[in-house]
Design a protein around this ligand. Structure first.
Ligand SMILES: Cc1cc2nc3c(=O)[nH]c(=O)nc-3n(C[C@H](O)[C@H](O)[C@H](O)COP(=O)(O)OP(=O)(O)OC[C@H]3O[C@@H](n4cnc5c(N)ncnc54)[C@H](O)[C@@H]3O)c2cc1C
Length: 405
C-alpha cells in the first residue's frame, strides 16, 4: 500500500508557521501538516512582554485562518507529537493519530526554564499567550511583582508593568543585567533607566526559599509579592529529537543547511544548534528573526535547495522609549569602538583579530540606531574590515562603507 506522505512540521510557532508558508512560496504543492501543542493559531511572542499593560494581551497572529486555508496548509492545534519513528518516517500524536512524512521539520522552540528550587509556591513564567494572560490578571495597578532574572524578558516585563503602575523588584543572581548577549555598558544604561522608573534591583542575590508569595535570600532579606515570575531563560525543546536518536547538544544539532544527521529531518529556530556563519562555532539563538529566517531557509532545503544558512544573528528589545538592537554576537572581553550619532544613541562595535567587524550593538530612543545597525549587519555578513576610525566618527556616513567595504 502506498502511504500518503508530505511535509510535516512539528511546532506551530514563528518558525513552523514561516516554514509552512515558505514551502508553498517555493512551489511545493503536496500536503503540509503543521502540528502544534498550543491552542492558539501561531502568534508573535515579542508583544507578550512589551507595550502597555491593561486590557487584553495583544494576540498578533502570524496568519489568519483564511490565509492558512487559502495556502492549503493543514494546521492542527492542541496537538502534541509524542514520537518520531525515523525508520518508518512516521510521527505519532497524543490523540492516537499517525502521520507519514517525506521530510520532517523540528520547529519545537524552547520552554521557559523553571527555578532549580523545590517549592510548591506558585511561580509564573512568560513564554506563551496563556502565561501573559495569567500575569496580566494578577499584575494590576498597585500590585507588587517580583521578577527573578534580569535578562531581556525580565527587563521588558518590568518596563511593561511599570507603565501600568505595578511595583517591580528584580532579583538577579549575578552582579549585572543581561549576561553576555549585550555589552555591559548598554546593559548598565538600561538598568539605570529602570531604576529611574522606580524598579528595584537586588543583584548578587541568591534565593534560598520561596514559600507562598515570599522570596528568601541568602543574606537574610525577604520579599513578598502578589506575583513571582521566573524569567531565567529558556531551554530548547529537544525531547522528541533525543528519543528519535538525533544528536542533541544544547539544541538539536544541524549542519549548515539546517539538516540533522537524518537527511529527511531538519530543525530550525530556538530548538536548533547550528554552525555560526564564517566561524562554524556551534550556536543556538533565541530570537524572533532567527526563527523566521531559519524556518524559511529550512523549507527551501526540505525541497532540495541545499543552501547554507549565512544570516547574521540579530535581535532587538524595547524597554520604555529605548530600543536595543544587536547584530552579530558580542564577544565578552573584546574592546569596543564607540559611535555617538546624537539623540542619546550609542553604538558599540567589535572586531576580530583579523580586523573583521563581528558585532554591533546600539541603544537609544526608538528608531535612533536602526539604520546604522542595519548597515553594520550587512558589513558583518560580508566579512568586511571597515576602518574603526570611520565607524567611531559620528560625522562619517556608514553607507559609504558598504560601497567600499
Ligand atoms: C515574551 C517573549 C518576548 C520576546 N521578545 C523578543 C524580542 O523582542 N526580540 C527577539 O528577537 N526575540 C524575542 N523573543 C524570542 C522569539 O519570540 C523566539 O525566538 C521565537 O518565538 C522562536 O520561535 P520558534 O518557532 O523557534 O519557537 P516557539 O515560538 O517556542 O514555538 C515552538 C512551538 O512548538 C510547540 N511544540 C513543542 N513541542 C511540541 C510537540 N512535541 N508537539 C507539538 N508542538 C510542540 C510549542 O508548543 C510552541 O508553540 C521573545 C520571546 C518571548 C517568550
Amino acid at each position: 500500500m502506498t502511504q500518503h506522505r508530505g511535509m510535516v512540521i512539528v511546532g506551530a510557532g514563528e518558525c513552523g508557521a514561516r516554514a509552512a508558508f515558505a514551502l508553498r512560496e517555493n512551489g511545493y504543492s503536496g500536503p503540509i501538516d503543521v502540528l502544534g501543542e498550543e491552542e492558539h493559531r501561531p502568534y508573535e511572542r515579542p508583544p507578550l512582554s512589551k507595550g502597555r499593560p491593561g486590557g487584553a494581551v495583544p494576540l498578533k497572529e502570524i496568519a489568519t485562518q483564511a490565509q492558512w486555508d487559502s495556502a492549503e496548509i493543514s494546521l492542527s492545534l492542541g496537538t502534541k507529537v509524542t514520537e518520531v519513528d525515523r525508520a518508518d518516517r512516521v510521527v505519532r500524536l497524543a490523540d492516537g493519530r499517525i502521520m507519514h512524512y517525506d521530510k520532517l521539520l523540528f520547529a519545537t522552540g524552547a520552554r521557559a526554564r523553571r527555578l532549580p528550587l523545590a517549592t510548591t509556591a506558585p511561580v509564573a513564567t512568560l513564554r506563551t499567550m496563556s502565561d501573559a494572560q495569567h500575569i496580566s490578571s494578577i499584575a494590576v495597578p498597585g500590585s507588587h511583582v517580583a521578577i527573578i532574572g534580569a535578562g531581556l524578558i525580565g527587563l521588558e516585563l518590568a518596563a511593561r508593568l511599570r507603565a501600568g503602575d505595578v511595583d517591580v523588584t528584580i532579583i538577579e543572581v549575578s552582579s549585572a543585567a543581561l549576561g553576555r548577549a549585550v555589552p555591559p555598558e548598554l546593559a548598565a544604561r538600561l538598568v539605570q533607566r529602570h531604576r529611574n522608573e522606580g524598579v528595584r534591583f537586588e543583584f548578587d542575590a541568591e534565593i534560598t526559599a520561596i514559600t507562598d508569595r515570599t522570596i528568601a535570600l541568602l543574606d537574610g532579606s525577604q520579599f513578598t509579592a502578589d506575583l513571582i515570575v521566573a524569567a531565567i531563560g529558556a531551554e530548547p525543546e529537544t525531547g522528541l529529537a533525543e528519543q528519535a536518536g538525533l544528536e542533541v547538544r544544547n539544541g538539536i544539532t544541524v549542519n549548515v543547511t539546517l539538516a540533522t544527521s537524518d537527511q529527511n529531518i531538519f530543525a530550525a529556530g530556538d530548538c536548533c544548534n547550528f554552525p555560526s556563519p564564517r566561524t562554524g562555532a556551534p550556536v543556538r539563538l533565541e530570537s524572533w528573526r532567527n526563527a523566521l529566517d531559519q524556518g524559511e531557509h529550512a523549507a527551501a532545503n526540505m525541497l532540495g535547495a541545499s543552501r547554507e544558512y549565512q544570516k547574521t544573528p540579530w535581535f532587538w528589545s524595547e524597554q520604555y522609549d529605548l530600543t536595543l538592537q544587536v547584530a552579530g554576537l558580542p564577544q565578552p572581553g573584546r574592546p569596543f569602538v564607540r559611535r555617538e550619532p546624537g539623540s542619546g544613541a550609542t553604538l558599540l562595535f567589535q572586531f576580530d583579530d583579523d580586523g573583521r567587524l563581528v558585532s554591533a550593538s546600539g541603544l537609544g530612543p526608538s528608531g535612533s540606531v536602526a539604520k546604522e545597525i542595519r548597515i553594520a549587519e550587512m558589513l558583518i555578513e560580508r566579512g568586511a574590515r571597515p576602518d574603526p576610525r570611520l565607524l567611531a566618527d559620528a560625522q562619517s556616513n556608514l553607507k559609504k562603507l558598504l560601497r567600499t567595504g
